[in-house]
Write a protein of this length. Structure first.
Length: 91
C-alpha cells in the first residue's frame, strides 16, 4: 500500500513539475542549454555573418559597376568627340 501511495505521489509531483517548467518558461532555459540548440544558434550566427559579408561584397560590386559605367560613358563621349573631330578634319 505504501508503495502504491509513493508511486502516485511521485507521478503527481513529476507531472506538476513538468507543467510548472512548461508554463513558467523555466524550461526554456533548460532547452536553451541543450547541445542541439547551441549548435543551431551557432549556425544562425554563422549564417548572419555570412549574409553581412555578402551584403558588403554586393555593395562593393555595385559601386565598382557604377564607376565602370561612368568610365565607359566618359570613354564613349571621348570616342564621339574624336569621331566628330576626325569628320570635321576631312572636307
Amino acid at each position: 500500500m505504501r508503495l502504491l501511495l509513493a508511486l502516485l505521489v511521485g507521478v503527481a509531483l513529476g507531472a506538476g513539475g513538468v507543467l510548472y517548467l512548461i508554463r513558467s518558461g523555466a524550461g526554456d532555459f533548460l532547452v536553451g542549454r541543450s547541445e542541439r540548440v547551441e549548435d543551431l544558434e551557432r549556425q544562425l550566427r554563422d549564417g548572419e555573418l555570412q549574409r553581412d559579408q555578402l551584403g558588403r561584397q554586393l555593395n562593393d560590386v555595385v559601386s565598382r559597376a557604377g564607376r565602370m559605367e561612368a568610365a565607359f560613358a566618359d570613354l564613349e563621349r571621348r570616342f564621339h568627340d574624336l569621331e566628330r573631330a576626325r569628320g570635321e578634319a576631312r572636307p
